[in-house]
Design a protein around this ligand. Sequence first.
Ligand SMILES: *Cc1c(COP(=O)(O)O)cnc(C)c1O
Length: 378
Amino acid sequence: MLQTPVYIIDEKALIKNLEILGRVEKESGAHILLAQKAFSAFCVYPLIAKYISGVTASGLFEARLGAEEFRKENHVFSPAFSDSEMEELVQICDHISFNSLAQLEHHRPVWEKAQKEHDLGIGIRVNPEHSTQDAHAIYDPCASGSRLGVRLCDMPDEVPWGVDGLHFHTLCEQGFKPLLETFRVFEEKFQKYLMSGQIHWLNLGGGHHITREGYDVEGLISLVKEIRDKYNVTVYLEPGEAIALDAGDLDTTVMDIVNTDGLPVLILDASAACHMPDVLEMPYRPPLAGSGEIGEKAFGYRLSSRTCLAGDVIGDYSFDKEIRIGDRLTFKDMSIYSMVKNNTFNGMPLPDIALRHADGSEEVIRSFGYLDFKNRLS
Ligand SMILES: *Cc1c(COP(=O)(O)O)cnc(C)c1O
């Protein structure tokens, strides 16, 4: 039995997702990229690389990881790059997308020189200014005041020399309809650039929940085909979540049970603040195996952790059986935005990272200790 706390990546569930994404690539001709900011478990990059075209990065470090461990197409976008980062990125990336014309021009001498030596796509991220989400405003790049993407009113009349691609990213955990709607708005606003003959690729960003039950995969395939035919461009999709959706657990042990004037509180060896920060940031209540809403089952508890943060609460859950100290609980869908966001606040130990192979066997890939805490401080 694996020691807790431990993230367990589920190979079988990952393969199930990858088969869907692989089919989208094959049938639509899209190139699918793993957005590493959601999931950077490079132990499974060779597996993922069998199904999709490459990775995308939010900056130099993720781009380096992609170059070292994925070894297929390597893309990067960031609102700003430093000079030294650009020197390195032009050597290891296939596409670089800029967030402003100022950044594009500032780095022009470096990327233009690299373009003469090898293939290097240069893109501009645009902002279609069309919101399709209201649930999570902090994840909406089209919200008023957004810094993400060049608005049509700030675009030059012609595609800047050397730019051969456009990029937009506006969705978060959404189905096909919002993509279609956004594409129609984008198409209307930015068509003259698409028709200029200078644009050879179009990146539709991430936030597509392609592997979620009920996603209109056929709709996506036909839209990609339509875009490719109409504008003669290579189409990229760069989902993060969809790659490892529902493909991992966070196992934790009940260390103590504290009585309060409300629900009894389970003190777990996992923490929302440290090990699943999206629970507090988004916020949301993560699924927990064998549990129900409060009142649904006989025994109700508040699940919390051993940090000092009073609000480090994961959520309220109920169970058929009374929970005892030493019991093990399993949070579901814990591969995405978990390992990449964890931290050692309060000197909390980081959970191990383990792999559940397709045959059911489990293997610890990495464990962390005191030095992982100490080495990022001084
Ligand atoms: C976050 C992000 C992604 C991935 O988003 P998911 O919601 O994980 O699919 C892709 N591209 C860009 C530019 C992003 O910021």
